[in-house]
Design a protein around this ligand. Structure first.
Ligand code: GLU
Length: 426
């Protein structure tokens, strides 16, 4: 299915942006969103493209392209991660910014969506080069970000250390410490307890709720996880706490499968020593494509978007598809899964919302300079996750649609409602 981009969006045209637009159109149709609100709710408000020169250890200077897209400004500052990955482009960043908007609105957070990125393989950079890239990207973004403007966070390929360098760069420029300019920072510089594990734990919490609703005992359940970065690894640890068996994991180098269960501690130790799962011997080697088709109770794509496609949607052998990644399922694959009717999808904007919810807590704590304990953070997170999940289930029953469309209609509806209430200026 080739879905044309709408007029005005040629800048962002790409498979993933068209996919996000298609989701929007389906949801907007379902709630009969008025024509005068559609395009302005859908299309990103503004973006900044920068070149980021980095001096490499061998003395050469290389220039990387970086982006930041702010999707809408109607509910507060914009919020969303910064991705360092070779496949980053402006269309992908725009789609990810749209999803951040619906995700934040769905969870009731006072933010618009944003996303940033640099097309680079951070695994090929030395620590000094990574620091140079992170600082220069933030330096270029200074007029575009700020605690009341746009608040970045980690995403694929970035982490707490990158956020600390960015916070430091911004603070030096302003002349005082501004911890609220980014979230996902180390606790030493104003990060929040519980932020590192929030996305993965949130995924596991919502999976447990889904299994409860299906009458499935977690201790009888198996899990397959694609992606063993921060989100995949933290989710795996939380699943293990619930007594679930992790039977396969993977990263960009490939995956490992053992139906009797994998030794997570050994996998984590290998990754921390070698930076990837390559060379681990904890199970039978599988490719990332094979991994998605392994039999399991819960399949967790926790890496890139668009991995569940028409080529594999009919071959998934899971009961629950928990979308820890943003946009892992194409529009066409969605239709196949809907027709199958035997896979319960926890859609991305619900499933991985734990990360941005605790980012919101971090921002609030930074602004008021009053910090909460880990137990307080995790308890508040669980309340928001359960409330958000219940709102999606209620919407699903009310308008009789998939869980994805229920979540999208709530998120999109709230953004549109805010725009309608504020009116159109001038
Ligand atoms: N990058 C994460 C996401 O896609 C977190 C964003 C944030 O915490 O602001 O949801």
């Amino acid at each position: 299915m080739n879905i044309p981009a709408q007029p005005g969006s040629t800048l962002y045209d790409s498979d993933v942006f068209r996919m996000a637009c298609r989701q929007f159109d389906l949801a907007a149709d379902l709630i009969a969103l008025p024509a005068d609100l559609r395009e302005r709710t859908k299309l990103p408000k503004r973006c900044l493209t920068v070149t980021v020169p980095v001096k490499h250890d061998d003395g050469t200077v290389r220039v990387y392209e970086g982006y930041r897209v702010q999707h809408h400004l109607s509910l507060g500052p914009t919020k969303g991660g910064i991705r360092f990955h070779p496949s980053v482009n402006i269309g992908e960043v725009a789609a990810l910014a749209m999803w951040m908007s619906w995700k934040c609105a769905l969870a009731g957070l006072p933010y618009g969506g944003a996303k940033g990125g640099v097309a680079v393989d951070p695994g090929k950079l030395s620590r000094r080069e990574l620091e140079g890239l992170s600082r220069r990207y933030m330096q270029e973004m200074i007029p575009f970000v700020g605690p009341n403007i746009d608040v970045p966070a980690p995403d694929m390929g970035t982490n707490e250390q990158v956020m600390a360098w960015m916070m430091d760069t911004y603070s030096i420029q302003v002349g005082n410490s501004v911890p609220a300019v980014v979230t996902g920072k180390p606790i030493a510089v104003g990060g929040s307890e519980g932020r590192r594990e929030a996305t993965g734990r949130g995924v596991a919490h919502l999976v447990r709720r889904q299994l409860e609703a299906m009458g499935i005992d977690p201790r009888e359940s198996t899990v397959v996880i694609q992606g063993f970065g921060n989100v995949g690894a933290e989710a795996a640890l939380a699943f293990r706490e619930y007594g679930m068996r992790i039977v396969a994991i993977s990263d960009v180098s490939g995956g490992f499968h053992n139906p009797r269960g994998l030794d997570l501690d050994a996998a984590l130790a290998h990754v921390s020593a070698k930076r990837s799962l390559a060379g681990w011997n904890g199970g039978d080697a599988v490719t990332n494509e094979e991994l998605l088709e392994l039999p399991c109770t819960v399949l967790v794509p926790a890496a890139l978007e668009r991995v569940i496609t028409p080529a594999n949607a009919s071959k998934l052998r899971c009961r629950v598809l928990a979308e820890a990644a943003n946009g892992p399922t194409t529009n066409e694959a969605d239709l196949i899964l809907e027709a199958r009717g035997d896979v319960e999808i926890i859609p991305d904007i619900l499933c991985n919302t734990g990360g941005v919810v605790v980012s919101y807590f971090e921002w609030v704590q930074d602004l008021q300079s009053l910090f909460w304990t880990r137990d307080e953070v995790l308890a508040k997170l669980a309340v928001i996750l359960d409330r958000t999940r219940e709102s999606v289930e209620k919407q699903r029953r009310k308008i009789r649609c998939t869980r994805r469309l229920a979540a999208l209609t709530l998120g999109i509806g709230r953004v549109a409602e805010a725009k309608a209430a504020r009116g159109l200026f001038p």
